[in-house]
Design a protein around this ligand. Sequence first.
Ligand code: ATP
Length: 456
Amino acid sequence: MREQALGKVSMDKLVSLCKRRGYIFPSSEIYGGLGACYDYGPLGVELKNNVKACWWRAVVQERDDMVGLDASILMHPQTWVASGHVDGFADPLVDCKQCRKRWRADDVKDGKCPECGGDLTEPRMFNLMFKTFVGPVEEDAATVYLRPETAQGIFLNFANVMDTARKKLPFGIAQIGKAFRNEVTTGNFIFRTREFEMMEIEYFVKPGSEEEWFKRWGEERFDWYIDLGIKKENLRLRQHTKDELAHYARDCYDIEYLFPMGWSELEGIANRTDFDLRQHASSSGKDLSYYDEESKERIIPYVIEPSAGVDRSVLAFLADAYDEEQDKEGIRVVLRLHPALAPIKVAVLPLSRNEALLPLSEEIYADLRCCWMAQYDDAQSIGRRYRRQDEIGTPFCVTIDFQSLEDRQVTIRERDSMKQLRVPIDVLKTTLEAKLSGESIDTLPPGGSYWLGFSD
Ligand code: ATP
């Protein structure tokens, strides 16, 4: 059994919030769903896009030693022979002789079925790659695979990128894209699904410097989650034991997160050595070496691979942000998402539906939505509307009242502290910009003041 995550939000609560608020829905729900496939709703797609944008910014935009790539999902089938996936990308499977349930052998402890205690069959290897066919004839010669990782698209383009991006070692290539695995055991919501998205880096280094880069990437990636608000006590680095290592890896760290079901892998950082480039060079007959001007030699770089799951990151960010607190009206549910990740950055809330408030409220909404994802809501009491925005993680609400029509000032209400400021409309955008970038709510803008607040 996995260590239980005491004091954490339960998976059921997260699933229900995601469904209720439009973050994540079961796939093909009107037909009864499809095992371990999920769809991202209006808020989910924003959160997911924000996770990917933050990653891209950190690993490509802000670095001189990284470039991006977007390779196709379908690749020449020889790719997967050379990479070792046709032979090696398999899980050992056992079946229960009694209830017929199928398990990954490494999920079973004492040789008995975890569900009914029945006897199990001997383990059989089961390849996780999905097959499909190119063209109209379903024959072996036309078989291609849906990629189970994005990494191979990077290795196959190594020479193309090296020739065109004119990078010297060490340098890396980053890619975000879908991957597919015919997983045997799924479950735990979007933690392990059959179709998912990966954010992968292949970082090419001179042989001999791989240990140093392995360590540096481990730290960099760990800090990325912390910078985006994951609590330090919920994150840890765990080194793989020898028998856990994938067929291509010499060493591997998992960044683990304390998910609702316990500590589990969020991202893997592997030392893939020169395995993949060598395999593809020998299998394709193409030169995939690098000319090192210092030593005047051709070398095959070593590779450090930080490989993260977009969906698992989304789950971790949601689980970490979820909070409940008691208030006078009951339980306040708050998603304390980092502003960079929050799907909606600001909600515009006229105090009432009174027509007098409409023109100014619409003007402000039109102005803000040019800068950020914004929402306009004038239904129900202001307190209810604040609660709804808290539950979807919106960092700031802007409230327009009758006094605003006189003094051209509005109220900014912060999600976490529920503090309210009164600010001139002229400085609303710059104030929100500063607050979304991390400025304290207690820093008053010119002409701003504290506000006792509308009933919250
Ligand atoms: P696990 O054993 O937990 O399924 P793995 O060790 O097979 O994961 P890797 O091959 O290291 O995973 O993949 C890199 C990352 O891709 C993982 O850390 C995870 O975030 C994500 N990932 C892998 N498989 C899945 C999946 N089936 N569903 C969602 N995300 C996945």
